[in-house]
Design a protein around this ligand. Structure first.
Ligand code: F6R
Ligand code: ZN
Length: 195
């Protein structure tokens, strides 16, 4: 791994970085239990294990002081009436933040804290989103035609905790209603214990 400064390019139209170390491809089968409409999920999966999103990461030491960074690309589509989205996670070290800069597309970042606070911010080309420490985050692509492409950067020691979200999802869901995105309560969600 290089210990000298380096640079690379992230260019339209596909925004795949000219340098990367890991290419993660998340398919429908890895999102079992995440979409509210389980029947629609099962039907879709029986036809095709669709590619939902991709992440290109530059490898850096996972230690304090380093910055992990790369590109995430959420493809357009829906499972039932719920838009394609990332799994979503807390950082294992809760007190670590993340910055997202949207390069292409439109969406929402769905966020919440362990105390049950919830927030949703719009993602659009040219917009920068700051996700403060303690906020779990999931990106959702609401454009039926276009990829949602974002650059992200976060502390090297953050780590990922997927388990909490896998168990109960996020408090809010982004669905399509009458041809438009709508934010609704997740009926599976319960207030964290003791909060
Ligand atoms: C890293 C981060 C992003 C996501 C990416 C995929 O902390 O938030 O790089 O990892 O958007 O989402 P997940 O990791 O939830 O599958
Ligand atoms: Zn993160």
């Amino acid at each position: 791994m290089r210990e000298v400064p380096f640079s690379f390019e992230i260019q339209a139209p596909d925004y795949v970085p000219t340098e990367y170390d890991n290419h993660i491809q998340r398919k429908l089968s890895s999102m079992r239990g995440q979409y509210l409409n389980q029947d629609a999920y099962g039907d879709m999966l029986s036809r095709d294990d669709v590619l939902l999103y991709q992440v290109y990461e530059l490898k850096r030491p996972e230690i304090e002081g380093e910055l992990l960074h790369g590109i995430s690309i959420v493809h357009p589509g829906k499972v039932g009436n719920e838009y394609f989205m990332t799994k979503g996670h807390y950082h294992t070290i809760l007190e670590t933040a993340e910055v997202y800069f949207t390069l292409k597309g439109q969406g929402y970042m769905v966020m919440e804290t362990p105390e049950g606070d919830s927030a949703i911010e719009e993602l659009a080309k040219g917009k920068l989103l700051y996700v403060p420490p303690r906020w779990a985050h999931r990106s959702v692509n609401i454009n039926p035609e276009e990829d949602l492409v974002m650059f992200f950067v976060y502390p090297g020691n953050a780590g990922h905790d997927y388990g909490t979200i896998e168990t109960q999802g996020f408090k809010k869901l982004v669905i399509e209603k009458d041809g438009k995105p709508d934010i609704v309560d997740n009926p599976r969600w319960t207030q964290p214990e003791g909060k």
